[in-house]
Design a protein around this ligand. Structure first.
Ligand code: AMP
Length: 610
């Protein structure tokens, strides 16, 4: 099947995309969406928003990256009664990081609604702030189940008039041992509240919970009918958000591309990224849904004629785009779903040519990638960030090519021959040195080659949170991923200073999960949940925060505890060298790259036509 026969593609140009307003949203919420730069609803949003607005409970199978936060946040904001002083909406999230991110999302979507108060409530934070905010009145509370329970026990959180309850990442909450708290909250809040439950997986416990506590929920799974063309080579690169621009620049250097579309999730990012690429010497322009049709056509024509090489686009803007020169599609942000993925990569491999699709995937988005692979039934192979050596090899080859190309301009060469000969005679310098000096002139200030990458420093004292440096957009607002670690909520202990880090000899390689660690240590060591601090699962071992003053007998018992049959050999972590291996989980940090040639435009070999 060629890309031209793709069902999605055939339908796409004629079918106007669903808009947020088609889904029933209006006024200030729509305005906020325009500000954050979302053009069209993602599949989960298109399915969930009208259902929630109609008042039905929802069980949504959705992972991070699908846009599920907006799927539940927008209908809540659209129906919020600002005059009600007790909390109307409660969102339960497994970790404080997620709770904070959900709060930030609410804040952004509520930017044009007056007087809306949203409060994050999580363990580890002082009660004072939470109590005074609750006293003043909040509309939306986003919290981790443990701390919410604490407030309920203390009588400091009044959920008697709760209208909306959201369970975000329900499966994660259960894994972290919050099942009981979640059920208590579900049971002890008004019966007529609307419940939306989101989960990446649907284990029996969640199914049971939804049967018991939700009223005739609509189950939403985003189904996709998609097929990709076989003439397109599909690869992915695991990269943190912060590294994406550097990764793209390296790819631009080593890939033999002719024309390229770089897809991003929001229109704001199209402009920013195009600007960054231009600053690095590439002929790049942005197209998005806000750009007038005439301008869009001009830009597309420039791409066709070779005046432009790179278009940075959103899905909407690139709909139906048919330019033979597009040899590469880069998903700078992986799409929400397989359907837009197929459409995007179908922009390459036109007219019987081959094409290349490269998708950037942040570690947390791997689930999304697996979903796309499954839906398209085609493997997407992993690629590595082009190394400094690879970049340098291409730079040298291009440098050689420039010399060869110049040598072909025989007339101009002849014109300079005498000048050089004159210089050599009068300065007593070998011709090779003169040639090298001219290369310096031609190269200008930018170095021809990348410096070798420095050794990564040990990161013992600062445990890496997964994706520490991911941010939701170039401006911190658009698509992206969450900065969430493996941290379970830390419940209030009398002073966290009394926690110490311990190391156990089971890690990701042994397929261990936080709940197993908590379970085993709690059983064998007689520990309570509030004794646990952060848990970090590393490839070969894990780090667990536990009370610094564990009695000797407990320690001895724990040393000989087993998880999945393996002795865990619990001991105080010294931050020793073994941690380095743990610290290298993240992809290598990008080095400087993209230094163009002296005239600003990077040199590329012409791509072989297929
Ligand atoms: P989530 O799956 O809720 O974690 O969302 C992941 C990212 O998608 C966040 O950075 C959101 O800002 C972004 N996002 C959500 N909905 C849309 C949309 N319709 N268009 C573009 N970006 C979106």
């Amino acid at each position: 099947m060629t890309s031209d026969e793709l069902p999605v593609e055939a339908a796409a140009p004629e079918q106007p995309a669903t808009t947020f307003s088609d889904l029933g949203l209006e006024g200030p919420v729509l305005k906020a969406l325009d500000d954050v730069g979302y053009e069209t609803p993602s599949a989960i949003q298109a399915a969930t928003i009208p259902t929630l607005l109609a008042g039905r409970d929802v069980v949504g199978l959705a992972q991070t990256g699908t846009g599920k936060t907006a799927a539940f946040a927008l209908p809540i904001l659209a129906r919020l009664d600002v005059s009600q002083k007790t909390p109307q909406a409660l969102v339960l999230a497994p970790t404080r990081e997620l709770a904070l991110q959900v709060c930030e999302a609410f804040e952004r979507y509520a930017a044009h609604l007056r007087g809306v108060h949203i409060l994050p409530v999580y363990g580890g934070q002082g009660y004072g702030v939470q109590l005074s905010a609750l006293r003043r009145g909040v509309h939306i509370v986003v919290g981790t189940p443990g701390r919410i329970m604490d407030h309920l026990d203390k009588g400091t959180l009044d959920l008697s008039e709760l209208k909306y309850l959201v369970l975000d990442e329900a499966d994660e909450m259960l894994k972290m041992g919050f099942a009981e708290d979640v059920e208590t909250i579900l049971a002890d809040t008004p019966d007529d509240k609307q419940v939306a439950l989101f989960s990446a997986t649907m284990p029996a416990a969640i199914r049971r919970m939804s049967q018991q506590y939700l009223h005739d929920p609509e189950e939403i799974t985003v189904k996709t009918k998609t097929q990709t063309a076989a003439n397109i080579t599909q690869r992915y690169l695991v990269v943190s958000y912060a590294q994406k621009v550097d990764a793209l620049t390296r790819i631009l250097e080593v890939e033999n591309f002719e024309g390229m579309i770089v897809f991003v999730r929001t229109k704001n990012v199209t402009e920013e990224l195009a600007e960054k690429l231009r600053a690095r010497g590439y002929e790049a322009a942005a197209i998005n849904g806000d750009i007038a049709q005439a301008q869009r056509e001009r830009t597309v024509n420039q791409l066709k004629s070779g005046k432009l090489d790179i278009l940075v686009a959103t899905d909407v803007a690139a709909r139906g785009l048919d330019v033979e020169r597009i040899s590469h599609v880069v998903n700078f942000d992986i799409p929400t779903d397989s359907e837009p993925y197929v459409h995007r990569i179908g922009r390459t491999g036109r007219a019987g040519r081959t094409g290349d699709a490269i998708s950037f995937v942040t570690p947390r988005e791997r689930g999304l990638l697996a979903r796309i692979e499954k839906a398209t039934k085609q493997p997407i192979t992993q690629m590595h960030l082009p190394s400094v050596d690879e970049v340098n090899v291409t730079r040298l080859a291009r440098f050689d090519d420039r010399i060869s190309a110049a040598l072909e301009q025989t007339e101009r060469i002849d014109g300079f021959r005498d000048i050089i000969a004159h210089y050599v005679r009068h300065h007593d310098v070998p011709e090779a040195d003169v040639a090298a000096a001219l290369a310096v002139v031609a190269q200008g200030e930018s170095p021809l080659l990348l410096e070798p990458e420095p050794e990564r420093p040990a990161r013992a004292e600062r445990p890496p949170r997964r994706e520490r440096d991911e941010r939701p957009g170039l401006d911190g607002r658009g698509w992206g991923d969450r900065d969430r670690g493996d941290r379970p909520e830390r419940r209030h202990r009398a002073g966290d200073a009394s926690l110490a880090t311990y190391r156990i000899a089971v890690g990701r390689r042994h397929r261990v999960e936080p709940r197993q660690i908590v379970g085993a240590l709690a059983n064998e060591g007689g520990l309570k949940r509030e004794d646990f601090g952060a848990i970090q699962i590393r490839p070969e071992f894990s780090l667990v925060e536990l009370p610094a003053d564990l009695p000797r007998e407990t320690l001895e018992r724990l040393e000989s505890t087993r998880i999945s049959g393996r002795l865990i050999e619990l001991r105080r972590d010294t931050g020793g060298p073994g941690r380095r291996t743990g610290g290298t989980e993240r992809p290598r940090s990008g080095a400087r790259s993209g230094a163009p040639d002296a005239d600003g435009k990077p040199f590329r070999k012409p791509r072989h036509k297929h």
